[in-house]
Design a protein around this ligand. Structure first.
Ligand code: SF4
Length: 239
């Protein structure tokens, strides 16, 4: 369930390990997910306590098969972690919940320190890279989060999938327009031969260029580099 990275930080994937979606970059298995484990929120909270985790990144597979899309387990997990570990901070890397506001509201009400939703790629490549997702819907989710009380929002982009410089800049501008606070920009790496190929390895100087551009747009934190992943230096993004 959890993976510890040292320094008191760990990531937890909830709602099983089979996803209803089939993003072309992702190593998670697609299929019919298992039944929901209603004790999972308590189990995550206990693991965090036993592991003495100071900052937890919680993520999930997408559960388009559930009428609440997993949002109830999501909210209960945040609340259980908070109850048992009041000093642990949390980043919740959430699905788009198909843009349904009452599902998103549950996460906002649970009040984690950071709520993330990754845009992953530029507008033009969204259909190819994450077929069941929509660029504008993800942007709307991010904007809705911030407009409705999320403390801090965050998103991530992968480079090397064939995007052009102007498209990355447009995506960064759109994220800022959605009032996103933190952005991560990293190199896409192909998990297996069946996944989308790497079209380009981006030079570190180009990552620095995007970092400066994003900072000028007003993001509070920008992580940009070949090794950056959405959970890179995650604890720092709370403040
Ligand atoms: S929705 Fe998330 S977990 Fe599911 S395939 Fe896409 S990236 Fe992977």
């Amino acid at each position: 369930m959890g993976e510890c990275w040292g320094e008191g930080t760990a990531t937890f994937m909830i709602l099983g390990n089979i996803c209803t979606r089939s993003c072309g970059f992702c190593g998670v298995k697609t299929g019919k997910p298992e039944a929901v484990d209603w004790e999972e929120p308590e189990k995550v909270a206990k693991s965090i306590s036993v592991m003495k985790i100071k900052h937890a990144v919680i993520t999930s597979v997408d559960r388009d098969d559930l009428h609440d899309q997993g949002s109830i387990i999501w909210a209960e997990t945040v609340k259980s972690v908070r109850r048992l570990n009041p000093d642990t901070t949390m980043e919740t890397l959430i699905p788009d919940f198909q843009g349904v506001e009452r599902h998103i509201d549950r996460i906002i009400e649970a009040n984690p320190e950071v709520i993330s939703h990754n845009i992953e790629t530029v507008r033009r490549l969204t259909r190819e890279v994450r077929i069941q997702a929509k660029y504008d819907r993800s942007m709307a989710v991010l904007k809705y989060l911030k407009d409705n009380g999320a403390k801090r929002t965050k998103s991530g982009i992968m480079l090397g999938l064939g995007e052009k410089e102007f498209e990355v800049m447009e995506t960064l501008r759109d994220l800022r327009r959605a009032n996103v606070d933190v952005v991560t920009i990293g190199q896409y790496l192909q998990p297996t031969k069946k996944h989308l190929p790497v079209k380009e390895f981006i030079e570190p100087t180009k990552f620095n260029f995007y970092k400066d551009f994003a900072k000028d747009l007003g993001f509070i934190h920008v992580e940009s580099g070949p090794l950056v992943r959405s959970s890179y230096k995650a604890k720092k993004h709370v403040n």
